[in-house]
Design a protein around this ligand. Structure first.
Ligand code: KIV
Length: 291
């Protein structure tokens, strides 16, 4: 009997590096089916944002299985104050770079504000650009019940969708940056939003800034994985914005961020050392010169 390869069967198997999402070294990209199987196994997994090819290649080599080209690029990469001004052209350019810099991670491209709120057809047109021009394997959009028609059409059209509920930064002008789902009524709305995106066909859902107990309840209730950010330890996956996680973002860092390095200090120190060498005439030295 002909043996099917792991890539053909769609299981992570040997081609994507063992049975777990994190830590494997595979010859094919992670798919949304691998993500579903991880939920069945009860496996937790990490997701990081990425906005450029070089950073993404570092995370890919480190075994991060899912990367989000988030519209947090607005604040963390493009110099805007919020995510609201980010355009679909900008997201397409950044997502294409991240796809080029990676070979294993599933790349999820964020649909920016204004690119899907008009309705399902606009969402499909925008998502199609991210899939065809940037090469992403899935898209993300914000909203629960209010976005379920968009999610349905994208999924029917063959585009996997990661939903995003709780705090939705594109609505900052309406909701601010506040914890969501506090109190019975708000908790019930969050549960309805979670079920709505699952019923619409989303393969995963981001829960941003919601009480840990509520995130745990949503995680137990859904059969699709939950991806937490500021949502406690019980979600199936955790996501952080990479510039927060590595200490590159300036200013106040949210309570839910754990900083694993201080790149801002490292980079500033290196830049000053270079400047001082140049001013003192000690760079370039003989070994940096060509003759
Ligand atoms: O844009 C983004 O980076 C996000 C994450 C915070 C989930 O939406």
């Amino acid at each position: 009997m002909t043996q099917l390869s792991a890539a053909q069967t769609g299981t992570p198997g040997s081609s994507s590096g063992g049975k777990t999402l994190y830590g494997g070294k595979g010859s094919r990209r992670i798919t949304v089916r691998d993500i579903a199987l991880a939920k069945e196994r009860g496996e937790k997994w990490p997701m990081l944002t990425a906005y450029d090819a070089m950073t993404a290649s570092v995370f890919d080599e480190a075994g991060i299985p899912v990367m989000l080209v988030g519209d947090s690029a607005g604040n963390c990469h493009l110099g805007y104050d919020t995510t609201v001004p980010v355009t679909l052209d900008e997201m397409t350019m950044l997502a294409a770079a991240v796809v080029r810099g990676t070979s294993r991670a599933l790349i999820v491209g964020d649909l920016p504000f204004g690119s899907y709120q008009e309705g399902p057809v606009q969402a499909l047109r925008s998502a199609t650009r991210l899939v065809k021009e940037a090469g992403v394997g899935a898209v993300k959009l914000e909203g629960g019940e209010r976005s379920h028609r968009q999610i349905e059409l994208l999924v029917e059209s063959g585009i996997p969708v990661m939903a995003h509920i709780g705090l939705t930064p594109q609505s900052v002008n309406a909701m601010g940056y506040r914890v969501q789902g506090r109190g019975e009524e708000a908790a019930q709305q969050l549960l309805r939003d979670a079920k709505a995106v699952q019923d619409a066909g989303a393969f995963a859902v981001v829960l941003e800034l919601v009480p840990a107990e509520l995130a745990a309840e949503v995680t137990r209730t859904l059969h699709i994985p939950t991806v937490g950010i500021g949502a406690g330890p019980e979600t199936d996956a955790q996501v952080l914005v990479w510039t927060d996680m590595l200490g590159l973002t300036g200013g106040r860092v949210p309570k839910f961020v754990k900083q694993y390095a201080n790149l801002r200090d490292v980079m500033a120190g290196a830049a000053k050392a270079f400047a001082e060498d140049v001013v003192a005439g000690s760079f370039p030295a003989e070994e940096h010169s060509v003759h």
